[in-house]
Design a protein around this ligand. Structure first.
Ligand code: AHR
Length: 589
């Protein structure tokens, strides 16, 4: 095979092409990117829809003690108006007398999201609210004990910094007492002090994002935005403000409770922190099972307008001032919003869409709006700056779609391929050769397509290995470890090695030497190899110096590999040296 590269006829790929899509799926946020260690910190329903309106299920909180020493229940006595449920512990034993408490006391513990990861020497901030009719004597423990004695007849906020005395990947937070009486507890939080930029995100997970240099962050879903039913959809106004006041909600598509610690504000903050443009997907009055009629959709439209004002309004505006009070007076750089997720074709989509589009265009003419309808094969029947394109299919059919956008009109809206992955039999759980998909995206960067596809993101991004709702995913983690699947790193497919002649034309004749060029290869000897917590680097890219780099060269592409050639003109040698000296982690001598 022969590959001709004309260096004088290059076209820049859109600056925004590569980004990420974060969805609250697989415990990606709650018990994942959001560093909160306590699961169900408000003692609200753990596993059922209905939230505050059904008898509380305090799972995964568990009781320390037996029925003769402790009665645990919940009631609606919290000091937080939007979050009324609190834990009630009636302690029947005492440090002395007829019913003596067991050693260590009685109370409750929280195991976190499948075990709290506590590291020796690190500090954890514990916060909770407590009330009791008498004075209390409460022990607080992660890996060591802290004692609290006080009079808390009114709800009282307790804050404590605990330094871990040992490392434990499976720690739990305990609240115990040896004193008879009734204690109410609410809003219990345990956060490591060192989160990414101090903004509450788990460092090593954010680092995985920073390393792929995403230019945009689409959030917070996916189906999570729609909800199975509208009453369980993500509502941005419920997800902002003090964390204690956020009611949280049951995500009824991916079937778990989230306290919305990672809310609308946090998503905007995360985008800013990782240098990505935020792309907010909001509910357009349509869920999987129910829809708001276009004639009644205005409250949803107003909610979206308020959300845009919250993100980018003046700090003196109604919603901009709420953002400023949360610590970000400067507007966030919100330039794109998506009107719904995968709703095209549903009865009210077009009507609802137009209401949103018109109102937002009027108030924010510069905002790029993303329609759910596919504009790649025919013209949209409604105005849009972008259209959303999702594809989950087999490796072979994904490759056959390399020409998907060849005939798309150049004058219409641009494609935003916001979800793509190889799924099905040839995908496995992130196996390399079922993970061909990220190499599919650059194929649109051929000159025929570069002006049509402007943004693309793999999906889903994260999976907590304890709650795999969707396979495969790009990044796998548990409470203490993380690795990227080959999809994270990019892998190509094909059974045979390919001898390739590369001819580079159009180089400046004064600097045609390509010394310093490199080849980066991602491959593995075994087709079904995948990464794991034990071997996180089994399938990762390796970079080597390309010895024979010249304007005409013979190279061999290994089977089942993804190979990238970075041809560097001699004049760029100093850049290369800098790369090596900066200890490029991919570089192998
Ligand atoms: O990425 C997983 C799901 O796939 C998303 O929630 C949805 O948009 C798509 O159907």
């Amino acid at each position: 095979a022969r590959l001709f590269v004309n260096a004088s006829q290059t076209r820049p790929i859109p600056d925004t092409l590569f980004g990420i899509f974060f969805e609250e799926i697989n415990h990606a946020g709650a018990g994942g990117l959001w560093a909160e260690l306590v699961s169900n910190r408000a003692f609200i329903s753990g596993f059922e829809a209905g939230g505050q309106n059904i008898p509380s299920n305090i799972d995964p909180w568990s009781i320390i003690g037996d029925e003769s020493s402790l009665i645990v229940s919940t009631d609606r006595s919290s000091c937080f108006e939007r979050n009324k449920i609190a834990l009630r512990m009636e302690v029947l034993c005492d440090s002395q007398g007829s019913k003596v408490c067991p050693t260590g006391g009685v109370g409750v513990y929280n195991p976190g999201f499948w075990g709290m990861d506590i590291k020796q020497g690190k500090t954890y901030k514990i916060v909770f609210y407590i009330r009791s009719l008498g004075s209390v004597n409460l022990s607080l423990s992660l890996t060591s004990l802290e004692l609290l004695h006080s009079d808390v007849s009114n709800w009282t906020k307790v804050e404590s910094l605990l330094e871990a005395k040992e490392t434990n990947h499976n720690a739990r937070l305990q609240l115990t007492t040896t004193k008879k009486g009734v204690i109410w507890i609410d809003q219990v939080s345990a956060m490591p002090l060192d989160t990414h930029k101090g903004h509450g995100f788990r460092n090593e997970l954010v680092q995985m994002l920073v390393d792929i240099k995403p230019r945009f962050l689409r959030f917070p879903g996916g189906c999570f935005v729609e909800g199975e039913w509208l009453r369980n959809a993500f509502r941005w106004k419920e997800s902002i403000g003090p964390w204690e006041e956020r009611p949280g909600h049951f995500g009824d598509v991916w079937m778990y409770w989230t306290d919305d610690g990672i809310g609308y504000y946090e998503f905007l903050q995360l985008s800013e922190d990782i240098g990505a443009l935020p792309i907010w997907v909001f509910n357009n009055g349509i869920s999987h099972q129910d829809q708001v009629d276009t004639s009644s959709v205005l409250p949803f439209v107003q909610e979206a307008l308020d959300g845009i004002e919250f993100a980018r309004g003046d700090p003196n505006s109604t919603w901009g001032s709420v953002r400023a009070a949360m610590g970000h007076p400067k507007p966030f750089d919100l330039r794109y919003v998506a009107i719904g997720n995968e709703d095209c074709g549903k009865k009210n989509y077009r009507g609802n869409y137009l209401k949103f589009y018109e109102a937002i265009k009027l108030a924010y003419p510069d905002i790029g709006m993303i329609s759910n309808c596919d504009g790649s094969s025919h013209q949209l029947d409604h105005p849009a700056e972008f259209y959303d394109f999702h594809v989950y299919t087999s490796a072979s059919s994904l490759f056959s779609m390399a020409h998907q956008f060849d005939h798309t009109s150049r004058d219409g809206p641009k494609a935003f391929v916001s979800e793509y992955a190889v799924t099905g039999k040839d995908a496995g759980t992130g196996k390399p050769f079922g993970s061909t998909c990220r190499s599919w995206v650059p194929s649109w960067s051929r000159k025929e397509q570069v002006d049509v596809v402007s943004m693309a993101s793999y999906a889903p991004l994260f999976v907590n290995s304890n709650d795999r709702r969707w396979n495969p995913d790009a990044i796998v983690f548990n409470s203490s470890h993380v690795y990227g699947t080959p999809s994270y790193w990019v892998v190509n497919f094909g059974n045979n090695s390919v001898k390739l002649k590369i001819s580079v034309d159009g180089l400046d004749p004064n600097s045609i030497k390509l010394s310093g060029s490199t080849k980066t290869v991602l491959t593995s000897s075994n087709l079904m190899d995948e990464n794991s917590f034990k071997e996180p680097n089994k399938v990762v890219p390796n970079r080597i110096l390309l010895e024979n780099a010249d304007k005409d060269m013979d190279v061999v592409i290994s089977p089942h590999s993804f190979t990238s050639f970075d041809l560097l003109k001699e004049s760029n040698l100093s850049r290369w040296k800098k790369l090596i000296h900066s200890q490029d982690p991919l570089f192998k001598k």
